[in-house]
Design a protein around this ligand. Structure first.
Ligand SMILES: Cc1ncc(COP(=O)(O)O)c(C=O)c1O
Length: 384
């Protein structure tokens, strides 16, 4: 028996069309997109453009050239943060955010470029909007927040925070790694200036894909981060200033983007609502079962409609890394243990420094997986 419950790290398996399209790209297209006028290079261009359109529609955005590809969301957030921030800016993020946001911001702070406030979240992993308002300063210019916790799934009140940012002229950047492909995301309803995404989690694409959507307002503020060949304006040694080329130097991961396109097509075919409904149902059943196991602490909100299906626990009887190891080696259940690259989140929920055992439910899990895992946990914990 093999049960994969590490979908918060990366989804597995992928829809068959994802594997097939990647093989097809490598075996039958091959060429670099945007480099020359060969039939195969143009076929590559079409794949990339179709994926840009798919992402634009998926996030209810309206400018296809403002959809930029990067290798992952970590690169996207580094670009958005480091190419935007200016000396003297005050920047806000939260304790629930991932190191992909915290580390670039912290390094700018340590270099004396920015002042940084990291808003402490509640035990449920939520930002209090009043705390956010009280943290604002006259020089607050940028807010970077994750849409949900990658540890306990709590969904942040981003629409309210976004509208405050908009009213005050503060740039707002969202990390959608834990929610894209799970929750409906509307670029304009969230009132953001940029939305970063990663392809290999719930968008169901392969590793090595990601990117961001950026509005013209923030784009005007951003400088190019990585410069080099774009296949455009090649007679000049000056980096193009138009999108997406400004941010897309170097060869794109075309087979990966072909796979990502099929991941998004799969979500659209299934319906985002039905994926969310299934994950919410499994999450509800899993949490109910966990709450019945004595010695297990479940962190975060218990109402599955207010969170994603990423669930963290600890047992008072056995260390989380040992429990994760036994689940894997004796029951074939893949989970993740530790700090999940979000150290400050564990300070908020009270699990620092040992972290948690995390279960990430995905679109290919079913109720049998949940019941099998609950039985395994019950058995292991009864024995220790
Ligand atoms: C909230 C959040 N942000 C950023 C990342 C980084 O994603 P990637 O490794 O694809 O860049 C992750 C991955 O775990 C995440 O959960």
């Amino acid at each position: 028996m093999k049960i994969y419950l590490d979908n918060a790290a990366t989804t597995f398996p992928k829809p068959p069309a994802v594997y097939n399209s990647m093989m097809n790209y490598m075996m039958n297209i091959g060429s670099n997109p945007g480099r020359g006028v060969s039939t195969t290079s143009l076929a590559g261009n079409r794949v990339i453009l179709n994926c840009r359109y798919a992402l634009m529609d998926f996030f209810h955005f309206d400018k296809v050239e403002n959809v930029v590809f990067t290798p992952n969301i970590t690169t996207s957030l580094n670009i958005l943060i480091k190419s935007t921030c200016q000396k003297g800016w005050h920047v806000i993020t939260s304790s629930m955010d991932h190191n992909a946001t915290l580390r670039p911001l912290n390094s700018l702070c340590e270099k004396g470029v920015i002042e940084l406030d990291i808003i402490p979240c509640s035990k449920e992993g939520l930002i209090n909007v009043d705390d956010f308002v009280n943290t604002l300063k006259p020089n607050t210019k940028l807010v970077v927040l994750s849409h949900a916790s990658n540890i306990i799934g709590s969904i942040q009140p981003l629409e309210s925070i976004g509208s405050i940012c908009k009213e005050k002229g503060i740039y707002f950047v969202i990390d959608t790694a834990p929610t894209a492909g799970i929750l409906p995301i509307d670029f304009y309803k969230l009132n953001c200036n940029a939305l970063a995404f990663t392809g290999h989690k719930s968008l169901l694409g392969p590793q090595g894909t990601g990117g961001f959507l950026i509005d013209d307002n923030l784009n005007e503020r951003c400088t190019a981060f990585i410069e080099g060949g774009t296949g455009s304006l090649s007679s000049s040694i000056v980096q193009p200033d138009f999108l997406p080329d400004k941010f897309e130097s170097g060869t794109l991961n075309a087979p990966g983007i072909a796979g990502l396109l099929e991941g998004i097509n799969f979500i659209n075919d299934q319906g985002l609502d039905s994926i969310r409904e299934s994950e919410e149902y499994l999450c509800k059943n899993f949490i109910e079962g966990l709450l019945n196991i004595s010695s297990v602490n479940v962190y975060g909100l218990t109402d599955s409609s207010k969170r994603t299906a990423t669930i963290s626990v600890n047992s008072t009887k056995i260390d989380n890394s040992e429990l994760g190891f036994i689940l894997d080696s004796e029951y074939g259940i893949t989970t993740r243990t530790g700090l999940h690259c979000a150290p400050l989140a564990h300070k908020s929920i009270g699990t620092y420094p040992s972290g948690t055992l995390r279960f990430g439910i995905g679109p290919f899990n079913d109720i049998k997986d949940i019941n099998y895992t609950l039985n395994a946990l019950n058995t292991i914990i009864r024995k220790v």
